[in-house]
Design a protein around this ligand. Structure first.
Ligand SMILES: [Zn+2]
Length: 252
Protein backbone atom coordinates (compact mmCIF):
# COMPACT_ATOMS: atom_id res chain seq x y z
CA UNK A 1 0.00 0.00 0.00
CA UNK A 2 1.27 3.40 -0.94
CA UNK A 3 0.37 6.60 0.86
CA UNK A 4 0.25 9.79 -1.14
CA UNK A 5 -1.05 13.31 -1.32
CA UNK A 6 -2.37 15.70 -3.98
CA UNK A 7 -0.68 19.06 -3.95
CA UNK A 8 -0.42 22.09 -6.20
CA UNK A 9 2.81 23.77 -7.32
CA UNK A 10 2.60 26.37 -4.56
CA UNK A 11 3.31 23.62 -2.05
CA UNK A 12 6.53 22.65 -3.84
CA UNK A 13 8.54 24.74 -1.42
CA UNK A 14 11.32 24.25 1.07
CA UNK A 15 10.80 21.50 3.59
CA UNK A 16 8.29 19.60 1.45
CA UNK A 17 10.29 16.38 1.34
CA UNK A 18 10.91 16.36 5.11
CA UNK A 19 7.19 16.93 5.85
CA UNK A 20 6.19 14.10 3.51
CA UNK A 21 8.75 11.71 4.91
CA UNK A 22 7.58 12.47 8.45
CA UNK A 23 4.07 11.41 7.40
CA UNK A 24 5.27 8.28 5.63
CA UNK A 25 4.17 9.58 2.23
CA UNK A 26 5.80 8.01 -0.81
CA UNK A 27 3.71 9.53 -3.60
CA UNK A 28 2.97 13.11 -4.67
CA UNK A 29 0.32 13.91 -7.24
CA UNK A 30 0.97 17.33 -8.62
CA UNK A 31 -2.05 19.21 -9.97
CA UNK A 32 -2.24 22.65 -11.53
CA UNK A 33 -3.87 25.31 -9.41
CA UNK A 34 -6.63 26.94 -11.44
CA UNK A 35 -7.30 23.97 -13.65
CA UNK A 36 -11.07 23.54 -13.47
CA UNK A 37 -12.24 24.22 -17.02
CA UNK A 38 -9.07 26.15 -17.72
CA UNK A 39 -6.41 25.45 -20.31
CA UNK A 40 -3.89 27.69 -18.61
CA UNK A 41 -3.49 25.80 -15.34
CA UNK A 42 -2.02 22.80 -17.11
CA UNK A 43 -0.14 24.93 -19.65
CA UNK A 44 1.54 26.92 -16.93
CA UNK A 45 2.45 23.79 -15.01
CA UNK A 46 4.07 22.44 -18.21
CA UNK A 47 5.91 25.71 -18.73
CA UNK A 48 7.21 25.79 -15.16
CA UNK A 49 8.33 22.14 -15.22
CA UNK A 50 9.95 22.62 -18.64
CA UNK A 51 11.95 25.60 -17.45
CA UNK A 52 13.11 23.84 -14.30
CA UNK A 53 11.17 25.86 -11.75
CA UNK A 54 10.65 22.78 -9.59
CA UNK A 55 13.98 21.18 -10.33
CA UNK A 56 15.29 21.34 -6.76
CA UNK A 57 12.19 20.05 -4.92
CA UNK A 58 11.77 17.35 -7.60
CA UNK A 59 15.34 16.25 -7.05
CA UNK A 60 14.79 16.10 -3.30
CA UNK A 61 11.65 14.02 -3.76
CA UNK A 62 13.50 11.67 -6.09
CA UNK A 63 16.38 11.26 -3.67
CA UNK A 64 13.90 10.51 -0.88
CA UNK A 65 12.27 7.79 -3.01
CA UNK A 66 9.00 9.72 -3.35
CA UNK A 67 7.23 9.21 -6.68
CA UNK A 68 5.76 12.17 -8.55
CA UNK A 69 2.66 11.74 -10.70
CA UNK A 70 0.61 14.38 -12.50
CA UNK A 71 -3.12 14.97 -12.50
CA UNK A 72 -5.62 17.42 -13.98
CA UNK A 73 -9.04 17.76 -15.55
CA UNK A 74 -7.74 17.80 -19.08
CA UNK A 75 -10.71 17.88 -21.49
CA UNK A 76 -10.50 21.64 -22.05
CA UNK A 77 -6.75 21.54 -22.45
CA UNK A 78 -6.54 18.47 -24.68
CA UNK A 79 -9.48 19.71 -26.76
CA UNK A 80 -9.47 23.53 -26.51
CA UNK A 81 -12.99 24.99 -26.44
CA UNK A 82 -11.85 27.64 -28.93
CA UNK A 83 -12.01 24.96 -31.65
CA UNK A 84 -15.78 24.98 -31.40
CA UNK A 85 -16.12 27.68 -34.07
CA UNK A 86 -14.22 25.61 -36.68
CA UNK A 87 -14.97 22.07 -35.54
CA UNK A 88 -18.35 22.03 -33.76
CA UNK A 89 -18.67 18.30 -34.50
CA UNK A 90 -15.69 17.61 -32.24
CA UNK A 91 -17.86 18.64 -29.30
CA UNK A 92 -20.73 16.94 -27.58
CA UNK A 93 -24.38 17.18 -28.54
CA UNK A 94 -26.64 17.95 -25.59
CA UNK A 95 -30.06 16.42 -24.94
CA UNK A 96 -31.71 19.17 -26.99
CA UNK A 97 -29.72 18.12 -30.05
CA UNK A 98 -27.38 21.12 -30.00
CA UNK A 99 -23.60 20.91 -30.22
CA UNK A 100 -22.02 22.60 -27.21
CA UNK A 101 -18.49 23.25 -25.98
CA UNK A 102 -19.59 23.42 -22.33
CA UNK A 103 -17.80 20.21 -21.37
CA UNK A 104 -16.08 17.13 -22.75
CA UNK A 105 -16.23 16.11 -26.42
CA UNK A 106 -17.90 13.89 -29.03
CA UNK A 107 -16.29 10.45 -28.58
CA UNK A 108 -17.32 9.46 -32.12
CA UNK A 109 -15.43 12.37 -33.69
CA UNK A 110 -12.29 10.54 -34.81
CA UNK A 111 -10.26 13.69 -35.46
CA UNK A 112 -11.17 15.09 -32.05
CA UNK A 113 -9.91 11.92 -30.37
CA UNK A 114 -6.73 12.04 -32.47
CA UNK A 115 -6.18 15.60 -31.36
CA UNK A 116 -6.74 14.63 -27.72
CA UNK A 117 -4.15 11.84 -28.12
CA UNK A 118 -1.64 14.19 -29.64
CA UNK A 119 -2.13 16.79 -26.90
CA UNK A 120 -1.86 14.16 -24.17
CA UNK A 121 1.39 12.97 -25.72
CA UNK A 122 2.87 16.44 -25.86
CA UNK A 123 1.88 17.21 -22.25
CA UNK A 124 3.24 13.82 -21.15
CA UNK A 125 6.52 14.65 -22.87
CA UNK A 126 6.98 17.47 -20.37
CA UNK A 127 5.22 16.09 -17.30
CA UNK A 128 6.91 12.75 -16.70
CA UNK A 129 5.26 10.72 -13.97
CA UNK A 130 8.13 8.91 -12.30
CA UNK A 131 6.14 5.69 -12.10
CA UNK A 132 4.35 6.18 -15.45
CA UNK A 133 0.91 6.79 -13.96
CA UNK A 134 -1.17 9.75 -15.12
CA UNK A 135 -4.37 11.18 -13.65
CA UNK A 136 -5.70 12.99 -16.71
CA UNK A 137 -9.46 13.19 -16.27
CA UNK A 138 -12.22 14.30 -18.60
CA UNK A 139 -14.72 16.80 -17.16
CA UNK A 140 -16.26 15.40 -14.01
CA UNK A 141 -19.89 16.29 -14.80
CA UNK A 142 -21.39 12.84 -15.23
CA UNK A 143 -24.26 14.25 -17.34
CA UNK A 144 -21.95 15.96 -19.84
CA UNK A 145 -21.99 13.17 -22.39
CA UNK A 146 -22.59 13.27 -26.14
CA UNK A 147 -26.09 12.52 -27.42
CA UNK A 148 -25.28 12.71 -31.14
CA UNK A 149 -26.65 9.90 -33.37
CA UNK A 150 -23.24 8.16 -33.42
CA UNK A 151 -22.78 8.33 -29.63
CA UNK A 152 -26.35 7.76 -28.50
CA UNK A 153 -25.80 4.03 -28.02
CA UNK A 154 -22.67 4.57 -25.89
CA UNK A 155 -23.08 4.57 -22.11
CA UNK A 156 -21.50 7.40 -20.08
CA UNK A 157 -18.87 4.86 -18.96
CA UNK A 158 -18.07 3.90 -22.55
CA UNK A 159 -17.73 7.56 -23.53
CA UNK A 160 -15.35 8.18 -20.63
CA UNK A 161 -13.35 5.07 -21.52
CA UNK A 162 -12.91 6.30 -25.10
CA UNK A 163 -11.28 9.40 -23.64
CA UNK A 164 -9.00 7.33 -21.40
CA UNK A 165 -7.93 5.20 -24.38
CA UNK A 166 -7.18 8.28 -26.49
CA UNK A 167 -5.11 9.82 -23.70
CA UNK A 168 -3.28 6.52 -23.16
CA UNK A 169 -2.44 6.20 -26.88
CA UNK A 170 -0.88 9.66 -26.85
CA UNK A 171 1.06 9.10 -23.64
CA UNK A 172 2.42 5.77 -24.85
CA UNK A 173 3.96 7.32 -27.93
CA UNK A 174 6.41 8.94 -25.52
CA UNK A 175 6.29 6.53 -22.60
CA UNK A 176 5.49 2.91 -23.53
CA UNK A 177 4.88 2.09 -19.86
CA UNK A 178 2.33 4.88 -19.34
CA UNK A 179 -0.93 4.11 -17.55
CA UNK A 180 -3.91 6.42 -17.29
CA UNK A 181 -6.71 6.57 -14.76
CA UNK A 182 -10.38 5.93 -15.36
CA UNK A 183 -12.24 7.99 -12.74
CA UNK A 184 -15.39 6.56 -11.15
CA UNK A 185 -17.71 8.85 -9.22
CA UNK A 186 -20.27 8.01 -6.58
CA UNK A 187 -23.19 9.06 -8.77
CA UNK A 188 -22.06 7.08 -11.82
CA UNK A 189 -24.87 4.93 -13.16
CA UNK A 190 -22.78 2.91 -15.60
CA UNK A 191 -19.40 1.19 -15.30
CA UNK A 192 -16.89 0.02 -17.92
CA UNK A 193 -17.61 -3.41 -19.40
CA UNK A 194 -14.22 -4.99 -18.80
CA UNK A 195 -10.62 -4.56 -17.70
CA UNK A 196 -8.39 -2.72 -20.12
CA UNK A 197 -4.63 -2.86 -20.16
CA UNK A 198 -2.97 0.37 -19.11
CA UNK A 199 -6.09 1.86 -17.53
CA UNK A 200 -6.40 1.92 -13.75
CA UNK A 201 -9.34 2.78 -11.52
CA UNK A 202 -9.30 6.05 -9.60
CA UNK A 203 -12.09 6.77 -7.15
CA UNK A 204 -12.93 7.96 -3.66
CA UNK A 205 -13.28 5.51 -0.80
CA UNK A 206 -17.03 6.31 -0.81
CA UNK A 207 -17.39 5.49 -4.52
CA UNK A 208 -15.48 2.26 -4.03
CA UNK A 209 -17.80 1.27 -1.20
CA UNK A 210 -20.90 2.19 -3.18
CA UNK A 211 -20.02 0.29 -6.37
CA UNK A 212 -18.27 -2.52 -4.51
CA UNK A 213 -17.27 -5.77 -6.18
CA UNK A 214 -18.89 -4.80 -9.49
CA UNK A 215 -16.27 -2.08 -9.76
CA UNK A 216 -13.27 -4.10 -8.65
CA UNK A 217 -14.10 -6.84 -11.14
CA UNK A 218 -13.54 -4.33 -13.95
CA UNK A 219 -10.06 -3.18 -12.95
CA UNK A 220 -6.85 -4.75 -11.74
CA UNK A 221 -7.36 -4.64 -7.95
CA UNK A 222 -3.67 -4.16 -7.24
CA UNK A 223 -3.59 -1.03 -9.39
CA UNK A 224 -6.62 0.70 -7.87
CA UNK A 225 -6.09 4.24 -6.69
CA UNK A 226 -8.35 5.38 -3.86
CA UNK A 227 -8.57 8.90 -2.48
CA UNK A 228 -9.83 9.78 0.95
CA UNK A 229 -10.18 13.22 2.46
CA UNK A 230 -8.47 13.79 5.75
CA UNK A 231 -8.72 17.39 6.88
CA UNK A 232 -6.51 16.87 9.89
CA UNK A 233 -3.72 15.59 7.75
CA UNK A 234 -1.85 18.75 6.92
CA UNK A 235 -3.21 20.85 9.76
CA UNK A 236 0.26 22.24 10.40
CA UNK A 237 0.53 23.60 6.88
CA UNK A 238 -0.58 27.04 5.83
CA UNK A 239 -3.20 27.22 3.12
CA UNK A 240 -2.93 23.74 1.70
CA UNK A 241 -4.89 23.41 -1.52
CA UNK A 242 -5.79 19.78 -1.13
CA UNK A 243 -6.32 17.63 1.91
CA UNK A 244 -6.74 14.41 0.04
CA UNK A 245 -4.81 11.49 1.31
CA UNK A 246 -4.35 8.93 -1.39
CA UNK A 247 -4.27 5.28 -0.61
CA UNK A 248 -3.24 2.83 -3.25
CA UNK A 249 -4.57 -0.64 -2.75
CA UNK A 250 -2.11 -3.47 -2.95
CA UNK A 251 -4.47 -6.32 -2.26
CA UNK A 252 -7.63 -7.57 -4.00
ZN1 LIG B 1 -21.03 12.20 -30.39
Amino acid sequence: MKKGICITPKEMGEGLTESLRAEGITLVILRPEAEEGSVLGLEWLCRDVKFGRYHQPMLELKNAGIEVEYGAHTASSFLPRAFFGVHPYWFRMNERGERTADANFCPSAREAMEYISWRAGSVGATLHSTDHRYHFWPDADAGAICHCPACRHLTPAEQRMIYARAVLRGLRERDPKAEVCYPVFEDDTTLPRQREEGIFLSCTAKALKKHGDALLARFQPERVHVTETDESFFREWTEPSFYSVVVERSEP
